[in-house]
Write a protein that binds this ligand. Structure first.
Ligand code: FEO
Length: 167
């Protein structure tokens, strides 16, 4: 059985993961509308992955006897200046998610909930990957600069970075 504080903190994270999925879905739609097909495919896959992150938390909370709450979600941004600006927002968002996971982990110490702490280690590792992926993509975009043919290759290349969910 989880404490009320842990239940509240897990529900907050469930909402953050659900909002992440919406944010990336919106980015996928924008990329698709601009003809960046590889980027769109990558972001559709990211949106699916975030939904898996949300479900994994939700199922854990239920399994531990807590009440999972499905919250109203904030409306995601719909327009971006460029793929570069969009991926800068992805990185910024993933850093925000990492901080949120860290806060959650620190609550598990306060509550002496070592089972939830152990469960959350998967998310700690996942956030290292997610931030690294966003940084790698931004490095590639910065290398290309204004080279249009380079961007065409990048758009194809980013497809190869799609990760099959491991949850
Ligand atoms: Fe589930 Fe990308 O944070």
């Amino acid at each position: 059985m989880v404490s009320q504080n842990i239940e509240k903190a897990l529900n907050k994270q469930i909402r953050i993961e659900a909002e992440s999925s919406q944010i990336y879905l919106s980015m996928a739609c924008w990329a698709e509308s601009k003809g960046f097909e590889g980027v769109a495919e990558f972001m559709f896959a990211q949106a699916d992955e975030e939904r898996e992150h949300m479900l994994k938390l939700l199922k854990y909370l239920i399994e531990r006897g807590g009440n999972a709450v499905i919250s109203e979600l904030s409306k995601p941004a719909t327009g971006f200046n460029s793929p570069k600006q969009m991926f800068e927002e992805v990185l910024e968002h993933e850093i925000f998610v990492s901080n949120s996971i860290n806060d959650l982990v620190s609550i598990t110490f306060e509550e002496k909930d070592f089972a939830t702490n152990n469960f959350l280690q998967w998310y700690v590792a996942e956030q290292i990957e997610e931030e690294a992926t966003a940084r790698t993509i931004l490095d590639k975009i910065n290398l290309i600069g204004d080279d249009k043919s380079g961007f065409y290759l990048f758009d194809k290349d980013v497809r190869s970075m799609i990760v099959v969910p491991s949850v």
